[in-house]
Write a protein that binds this ligand. Structure first.
Ligand SMILES: [Zn+2]
Length: 371
């Protein structure tokens, strides 16, 4: 039943996308389609904090005089309820607020908005709705660590590690994201999952896998081109492959003693947990993540272990680049020396990846090698 709803929703989205494209072809030369044309999205119905009978915040709500530049999608990790009523959605909002205030000790709900499985949209943290309607200010939430001051957080009811996304939730998510993009001038490619920044499985593999489709749907709704982002990989216990070998070498470069066997086993998990903790990169920011998620490594934790490397560099971090280049079909000996030959290979890899050709492996280079 749920599967069928999703397929119907996809068809509807495709139809909308085709309609937008047809207008584009008829009315504009291709070159004119690139700049932001400012299509507007209609405001979806969003229930305010007073509608769902929120408690007052226990502290001051921080309203920033700046626009958010990205949207971060979460799942609540709560049961996949069959109750699609508004009263259930309001109850969910109250439960989340209680948990964030009474257990996490926060001043209010962490996320800016909440989306129920029935497709009911609700304001999360106080003042978020007025800020969104105004389009020039941002309410700083508590949902994604370092990203709170620049991102809007949306909690989607349910657990999408394996279950499919209900069509009603999906449609309201597309509407809300389209409205956010329209109001703030956010690029539709700047829609991410929680795991893109922190070491968490949120928003679940199923919902996460649909983020490219979400970006495309939002872009189609507004007539905007979409640049799909390159993101850091999420490593889980038992993960294997070149990205694990690279992490093991990078941890070694920081002084950790871990085997370089390409398997994300216990000692690698322990060593990498230290890196995650340094950045406060884990933790129960999502409503239902009451259980810690040990043994995960992803998001910005990668930035802590990936140094900028260029000609003359030596050591385990260089060897990590060499292993990753080889895994991408550019053989270089894994000798830990950033010599002339490696500079040439890096330059070729950068050109093929659409990056600035510098011969230096920076954040963008690491993202393409690992992502
Ligand atoms: Zn989350």
């Amino acid at each position: 039943m749920v599967q069928r709803e999703v397929r119907v929703a996809r068809r509807a989205v495709l139809a909308g996308g085709l309609a937008v494209s047809a207008v584009g072809f008829a009315g504009l030369p291709a070159s004119a389609a690139a700049p932001r044309v400012g299509g507007r999205a209609a405001a979806p119905s969003i229930s305010s904090t007073s509608d769902w009978d929120a408690r007052d915040a226990s502290g001051e709500i921080e309203v920033l005089d700046s626009k958010p530049t990205k949207i971060i999608v979460h799942h609540t990790a709560t049961p996949n309820s069959d109750d699609t009523s508004q009263s259930h959605a309001f109850e969910l909002s109250r439960q989340i607020q209680d948990y964030h205030m009474d257990t996490n000790g926060w001043s209010d709900t962490g996320q800016n908005f909440t989306n129920s499985r029935g497709g009911h949209l609700m304001e999360g943290r106080h003042k978020s709705l007025a800020a969104l309607q105004g389009g020039s200010q941002h309410v700083k939430g508590a949902h994604a660590g370092e990203q709170n001051s620049v991102s809007l957080g949306i909690e989607n009811e349910g657990t999408y590690t394996e279950a499919s996304v209900p069509g009603s939730l999906w449609e309201s998510l597309v509407s809300l994201c389209s409205y956010m993009v329209s109001q703030y001038g956010i690029e539709p490619g700047e829609i991410y999952g929680h795991r893109d920044y922190m070491s968490t499985a949120c928003p679940g593999d199923v919902l996460y896998a649909r983020l490219p489709e979400l970006r495309e749907s939002v872009g189609a709704a507004l007539g905007l081109a979409v640049v799909q982002p390159v993101t850091w990989p999420l490593l889980r216990p038992g993960a294997q492959g070149p990205s694990v070998s690279a992490l093991q070498m990078l941890l070694g470069a920081r002084g950790a003693v871990v085997p370089v066997d390409g398997v994300f086993g216990e000692s690698t998990q322990r060593a990498s947990a230290g890196v995650v903790a340094e950045r406060a990169g884990s933790g129960p920011s999502c409503f239902g993540s009451r259980v810690a998620e040990p043994g995960l490594f992803g998001g910005l934790a990668w930035e802590s272990v990936t140094p900028v490397l260029g000609a003359g560099a030596r050591g385990e971090a260089v060897r990590a680049v060499q292993v990753l280049l080889t895994s991408r079909g550019r053989y270089v000996p894994a000798n830990g020396v950033f010599g002339d030959r490696m500079v040439s290979v890096v330059r070729e890899f950068q050109a093929a990846s659409g990056l600035a050709v510098t011969g230096v492996v920076d954040r963008e280079g690491w993202l393409r090698l690992l992502g």
